[in-house]
Ligand binder design. Structure first.
Ligand SMILES: Nc1nc2c(ncn2[C@@H]2O[C@H](COP(=O)(O)OP(=O)(O)OP(=O)(O)O)[C@@H](O)[C@H]2O)c(=O)[nH]1
Ligand SMILES: [Mg+2]
Length: 387
């Protein structure tokens, strides 16, 4: 796929900081013999934190910065001085970012709000210095806790745009034309299929200063679920929409059949998509006269509201907005929190390749010398034996 600035899928490596070691220092000062243990605690390792930022619209900035590493905590020192905490690493992400473990496919977290912070990987706690371990019978402990180890993980970040209404239709159905006519968005429009190659968002203003967000995604064709056309990769951008607007052109041979094909592709992608409220728009209706509309009317699917529109002639647009607004505000159609399913590990390799993300990272660990691995990190004093 051509390089594009719309990046909605990245794989990155994250590593939190490890905790600093506690100090085993013994106080030694003039006039103070046997000063006792005074080793301070180690600092906490830095966390890896995700923060929602509404100024970001894609994951492009992460494409060039695939290593997120927090600082390590510093060791404690004499005089009960605690070590400095490691610096947290904050990763700014667009609202709507979903994070998965790249090895197991497990769903980890979801960042939806501006300013929302989620700790993705916790930094290790710092070890306690030796003065914590002083007891009546053990006046001079010559040991301290090591810090907790760091955590590392390779994650997949996926953007699922947050919009109210998602447009669903075959290529050339007039989706982008509708978005451009009722919002300030300027998607590319042309009379050939697959004009739109990446999702577009537009804010549609409604009466009295009210507005809603509409997402135009690339066209879907029969067999998209098997990877035909642009496949289903963009469907996740309408996964969160509370309302789906199906668009079928008036000159289609069989409007109902086209609608059912679309519905079926959505079902294959994620059966929960069918729980969303749907509205059907018959586009390009400037090509129809009243008589033809009356003829088509009874053949349309009964269960959902429909409207004849023409974005070019402005026909039915006000009525369409009314219907969308009404459906959006029905209590039953309020966005339910979507359940993010884990990724299928067996298909993960293929998916990464599809997204141009198959590269493997090589990481160097700066300090493999300290071997803390045989410590038990429970903070119970019994665990600590005098060396
Ligand atoms: N007559 C008429 N033509 C329209 C109308 N709306 C769109 N078209 C034409 O239909 C063609 C396709 O329109 P697009 O908006 O690019 O269609 P799309 O659904 O976004 O197509 P993809 O991006 O390829 O999926 C263009 O040539 C438009 O000018 C309409 O209301 N009436
Ligand atoms: Mg388009």
């Amino acid at each position: 796929m051509a390089e594009s600035n719309f990046v909605d899928y990245v794989k990155i490596y994250c590593r939190s900081g490890k905790g600093g070691r506690g100090s085993t220092h013994m106080r030694r000062e003039k006039y103070c013999p046997n000063g006792g243990p005074d080793g301070g605690d180690g600092g906490r390792g830095g966390h890896i934190i995700l923060r929602g930022n509404r100024n970001y619209w894609t994951l492009l900035h992460l494409k060039y910065d695939r290593h997120a590493m927090a600082g390590h905590g510093e060791s404690g020192s004499k005089n009960r001085s605690s070590g400095k905490d490691g610096a947290d690493k904050v990763i700014e992400v667009p609202c709507g970012t979903v994070v998965y473990n790249a090895e197991t496919g497990e769903y980890l977290c979801d960042v939806t709000d501006d300013g929302q912070e989620v700790i993705l990987l916790k930094g290790g706690r710092g070890g306690q210095g030796n003065w914590h371990f002083k007891t009546a019978t053990r006046q001079a402990p010559r040991f301290a806790q090591p810090g907790e180890p760091m955590q590392e993980m390779t994650v997949i970040m996926e953007l699922k745009l947050l919009a109210d209404v998602g447009l669903v239709g075959f290529p050339n159905a007039g989706k982008s034309t509708l978005l451009s006519s009722i919002s300030a968005a300027k998607p590319k429009i042309a009379d050939y299929p697959f004009t739109t190659l990446e999702p577009n968002l537009g804010i549609v203003s409604y009466r009295d200063g009210k507005s809603f967000v509409m997402a135009d995604i690339p066209g879907i064709i029969e067999g998209a679920s098997q990877g035909k056309g642009l496949g289903l990769r963009f469907l996740r951008h309408i996964e969160r929409n509370s309302l789906l607007l199906f668009m079928v052109p008036a000159d289609s041979d069989d409007i109902r059949k086209e609608y059912e094909i679309l519905l079926n592709e959505l079902r294959t992608f994620n059966p929960e998509m069918l729980d969303k409220q749907r509205v059907l728009a018959i586009t390009k209706s400037d090509m129809l006269d009243r008589e033809l509309m009356d003829e088509i009317e009874p053949t349309l699917p009964e269960s959902i509201p429909h409207v004849f529109i023409s974005s070019v002639a402005g026909l039915g647009i006000a009525e369409l907005k009314d219907i969308l607004w009404e459906e959006l505000n029905k209590e039953s159609n309020k966005i339910e929190t979507i359940v993010h399913r884990p990724k299928d590990v067996s298909k993960l390799k293929e998916e990464l390749k599809d997204m141009g993300e198959d590269e493997d990272f090589e990481y160097e660990y700066e300090d493999a010398d300290e071997d803390d691995s045989d410590f038990d990190y429970e903070y119970e004093e019994e665990d600590w034996e005098e060396e």
